[in-house]
Structures are given as C-alpha cells and as structure tokens.
Design a binder for this molecule. Structure first.
Ligand code: NAP
Length: 322
C-alpha cells in the first residue's frame, strides 16, 4: 500500500519525525516563506495531512492543498489556523487540548500561588541573606479566600476550577456560553472582574479575545486584584497592564505568555510584582511526549494505519466513543 503523503509543518522531536517517516511519506515544509510557497505549489496537490505546530494556516495556504483531509496540531491553541476556512473545506482538526490540560492547569495554579504568596521574591530574600537582618517576610494573600474568575471555562479552565475547588476559592467564569456546571456564569467580563480578586485567563486567542483584558477590565478588577495569563499573550493589552502597574492599579500578575514573545517589555521584566515564565504551561517531559505522540496517532487513526502505540490508540478511541 502506498503511504499517504503528509506535510511536516512542525518542529517536532527527532523521534516523532522518525515515527511519521515510518508511517507516511513526509514532506518537510521549508522555513523561508518564498521557498515554502514554491514548495506548496509544486507538491500541495498530493498532500493529505499536516503535522502542525505554529505555522500559519490561512485560506491561501489551504487553497494550495486541495487534497488535504486532516491537520494534526501539536498545540491546543489553534489561533494560527483559519478555522472557518478549514471547516468550510471539511478538513478535520485534531489538537492536544485533552492531553495538556492537566499540566497547564497545574502551571496556572502554581503561578497563582507563586503570585499571591510572593514565592519568587521570598526565595531571593533567603538567598540574599536578608532574613537574619530584616526578620519576618511580608505577608502574602490567601487564594483560599479569594474570588477567582476563570476566563474561558474549557478543557484547561475546567481543570483549573477542579483544583481551585480543593483550595476553597470562590469560583465564577466568563465565556461566550453558559456551561452545565454549578459555577456562576458571567456574560460580561468587566462585571466578572469587578466581582473577582483574581482573573485566570484560559480562553483561545481570537478576534473576540484580542485585548479582552484592557484598561477597563483591569480597572474593574481593582488595585488589590491579580491576573494569571496562561492563554495567549495578546489576550492582555500589555500596554494597559504596564500603565496599571505604574499607577498601582493592580496588585500583580503571573504571565506565561506575552504579546510579542519571546520579547518581553523591559517594564514587565523589572517589576517584582510579576511572576514571568517563558510559555512553559505544558512544558513537562511527560506531557510534551504525549503531545508529540498524539500528532502521529491522530494522523494514523485518520488514515487507518496502526501507530507505534498500536492497540493503545485503538483503546483510546474506544474509550472516547464509549
Ligand atoms: P478549549 O477547551 O477550547 O476551551 C476554551 C474555552 O474558552 C471554551 O470554554 C470557550 O467557550 C472559551 N471561549 C471561547 N471564546 C471566548 C471568548 N471570546 N471569551 C471568553 N472565553 C471564550 O481550549 P483549552 O484546551 O482549554 O485551551 C485554551 C487556550 O489555552 C488555548 O487556545 C491556548 O491558546 C492556551 N494554551 C496555553 C498553553 C500554555 O502553554 N500557556 C498551553 C495550552 C493551551 P465555548 O466552549 O463556549 O466556545
């Protein structure tokens, strides 16, 4: 049987590339845009699947791939994919939301604790020898006594809610639609901010969520409020955040993602009220491995090919069907 032809448009671990190569005829997309366009106009007609990470997939890209059936994304966020153009062509999309949710939720809760208990600065206090000289460290804030607003109660947002319940936080959420859950729903982000001590952002980046957290929302959250962003950088208007910090209109923020990452504004880098991490929400060995495996397995399932995980994939399918 001839192997289906897939486009590798992702930077994947070497072993994942090798697995793909064993199952499919793999064409590697050139990095340079002009070379990529030329490559697609030559080979696009026979490509049936894409292994994707950050490459932008727009209508023009899809037009060059008329035989495309499936996109298998390493990420959960699909803000690099024109979903409407993809859906209207009947192309299937698989992502890793279900695989990375637990570790991203762990990261969000870890960041929320680091932020409210000031762990990063407290660590520096011990290491710099200030403890014996200056005595007790300043008090933090208790997440167990906070009202936490989750912005986007999807796979990751729900995993965060599950954890925060155990902490005793009072929860509410905002999103485009009410979910069948016993957590109060807000259809207005500013009202949620006004009624929250902390906002945790877990929505996708889209036209509707670009700068969703702007000066008005930060103002509604108030000077004792906190923001944790593990969604995408542009969900927060970074300039509005910097202005709010300068005017003491927000208590602090934990940011795993940035508007123009990996570039981070100087004003954020030097502000000790912030906890900053380099987009590591899903960054554990276990989860990153499972994400890469899923890129291969989703393509294998679609084309009816046995993946290196063989039966495990079939069992996972049965589980999700049942
Ligand atoms: P998901 O399961 O699709 O959940 C997204 C949730 O956001 C859904 O409940 C959705 O509501 C809601 N939403 C959609 N539009 C919204 C809007 N305009 N305002 C507020 N909420 C909105 O996705 P997920 O797997 O939880 O992932 C969420 C995002 O996290 C991803 O898109 C990605 O950008 C980010 N992420 C970051 C990292 C990291 O390393 N920091 C890792 C993984 C993912 P409906 O169900 O009503 O549409």
């Amino acid at each position: 049987m001839t192997k289906p032809i897939i486009l590798n448009a992702a930077e994947l671990p070497e072993w994942t590339h090798a697995e793909l190569g064993a199952l499919f005829t793999v064409l590697d997309l050139p990095k340079e845009p002009a070379a990529a366009r030329a490559f697609l106009s030559e080979h696009g007609g026979k490509i049936r699947g894409i292994a994707l990470r950050k490459t932008k997939i727009d209508a023009a890209f899809l037009d060059a791939l008329p035989a495309l059936e499936i996109i298998s994304s390493y990420s959960a966020g699909l803000d690099n994919v024109d979903m409407q153009a993809t859906r209207s062509r009947g192309i299937r999309i698989e992502n890793t939301s279900h695989i990375l949710a637990e570790d991203v939720a762990n990261a969000a809760v870890g960041l929320a604790l680091a932020l409210t208990r000031d762990f990063v600065n407290a660590d520096a206090y011990v290491r710099s020898g200030q403890w014996p000289v200056q005595g007790h460290y300043r008090l933090g804030r208790s997440i167990s006594h906070m009202r936490v607003g989750i912005v986007g109660l999807g796979t990751i947002g729900s995993a965060i809610a599950h954890r925060l319940r155990a902490f005793g936080s009072k929860l509410a959420y905002f999103g485009p639609s009410r979910k069948p859950v016993d957590i109060p729903y807000y259809d207005d982000i500013a009202r949620l901010a006004r009624d929250s001590d902390m906002l945790i952002l877990t929505c996708p980046l889209s036209a509707a969520t670009h700068h969703l957290i702007d000066a008005a929302v930060i103002g509604a959250l108030g000077p004792d409020g906190f923001i944790v962003n593990i969604a995408r950088g542009p969900v927060v208007d970074e300039r509005a955040l910097i202005a709010a910090l300068a005017a003491d209109k927000i208590a602090g923020a934990a940011l795993d993602v940035f508007e123009h990452e990996p570039s981070v504004p100087e004003a954020l880098m030097r502000d000790r009220r912030l906890v900053l991490t380099p987009h590591i929400g899903s960054g554990t060995e276990e989860t990153r491995r499972a994400m890469a495996e899923n890129v291969v397995d989703a393509l294998a399932r679609h084309f009816g090919i046995e993946s290196p995980r063989g039966r495990a994939v079939v069992e996972a399918e049965l589980e999700s069907a049942g």
